[in-house]
Ligand binder design. Structure first.
Ligand code: PMP
Length: 290
């Protein structure tokens, strides 16, 4: 595997970062997870735009233009024949001192890994997920805004630990006000009375790119889409539920905290959206080239 590091494609063994990199010492940095389908990179402009917004929010100046980053992603995919895969684009604060001061880090590191994708087991897309709500609340936006896709994922890791300890694969996190925010690495949707509902960004979520695609596809299909603050009551009593994310795509949820959603099977609108997402993802994107 060839890893992109600061302008060069290097063999995996030579792709090393310093122990003084603040990405490691403090989780100080930003990242994106991006998919390729059929030799094209999906939603590349949107991912790169979000990377720059995350960087701006943490006062990290990416030493490259957005166009340059896009070319680097395409080049890394090409070098690794990553035609149906997963790309991890990372910008760390770079090497600094043992103190926090980010302004002492002179050179952010740009790293791109183009690899295989690890999806949920295939049968779960037909059977649906069993998930729980957990005690770890999503970060308070005034402390660390969930809109920033930062390298510090401990908030999400703690929620994931709770889910796994409860015997399920995924967790729903509530915000400090007790409203539903999102899963540990995915956004959440419900269907109620034929309408598609999802928490607004003010609920304290990462504004998922898959989320936005699914909302647009749903509108094209004539489904009413609304962003709405939701309580646990709303999700327990929903007709259908699903999660969205770059890696997960669209995955149905059939049980939350032992409450059965709908009739316990993935719902028809969820399955229609899953199909329409797959069709769209498989037929759009930026062609991979050297
Ligand atoms: N929420 C969180 C916390 C995430 O990390 C992600 C990405 N894995 C998402 C939502 C989904 O975002 P996207 O559709 O852009 O992958």
């Amino acid at each position: 595997m060839k890893i992109y590091m600061n302008g060069k494609l290097v063999p995996e063994k030579q792709a090393r970062v310093s122990v003084f990199d603040h990405g490691l010492l403090y989780g100080d940095g930003v990242f994106e997870g991006i998919r390729s389908y059929n030799g094209r990179v999906f939603m590349l402009d949107e991912h790169v735009a979000r990377l720059y917004r995350s960087a701006r929010a943490i006062a990290l100046e990416i030493p490259m233009t957005p166009e340059g980053i896009k070319r680097a992603v395409l080049r890394t995919c090409h070098a690794n024949k990553c035609n149906n895969g997963y790309v991890r684009l990372v910008v760390t604060r770079g090497v600094g001192t043992l103190g926090l001061n980010p302004y002492l880090c002179k050179k952010p590191q740009i790293i791109i890994i183009a690899a295989d994708i690890q999806l949920y087991p295939r049968e779960l897309y037909k059977k649906g997920l069993d998930i729980v709500t957990v005690g770890t609340m999503r970060n308070q936006p005034e402390a660390l805004n969930p809109s920033i896709k930062s390298l510090n994922y401990l908030n999400n890791v703690l929620a994931k630990i709770e889910a796994i300890n409860a015997g399920v694969m995924e967790a729903i996190m509530l915000n400090p006000q007790g409203f539903v925010s999102e899963a540990t690495g995915d956004n959440l949707f419900i269907i109620r009375n034929g309408e598609l509902l999802t928490p607004p960004t003010e609920a304290g979520i990462l504004e998922g790119i898959t989320r936005n695609v699914v909302m647009a596809l749903a509108r094209d299909m004539g489904i009413t889409v609304r962003e709405k603050m939701m309580s646990r009551y709303d999700i327990y009593t929903s007709d259908e539920m699903f999660l969205t994310g770059t890696a997960a795509e669209v995955i149905p949820v059939v049980r939350v905290d032992r409450r059965v959603i709908g009739d316990g099977n993935p719902g028809p609108q969820t399955m229609a959206l899953l199909k329409s997402f797959k069709d769209f993802a498989g037929s759009s994107g930026t062609p991979i080239h050297a």
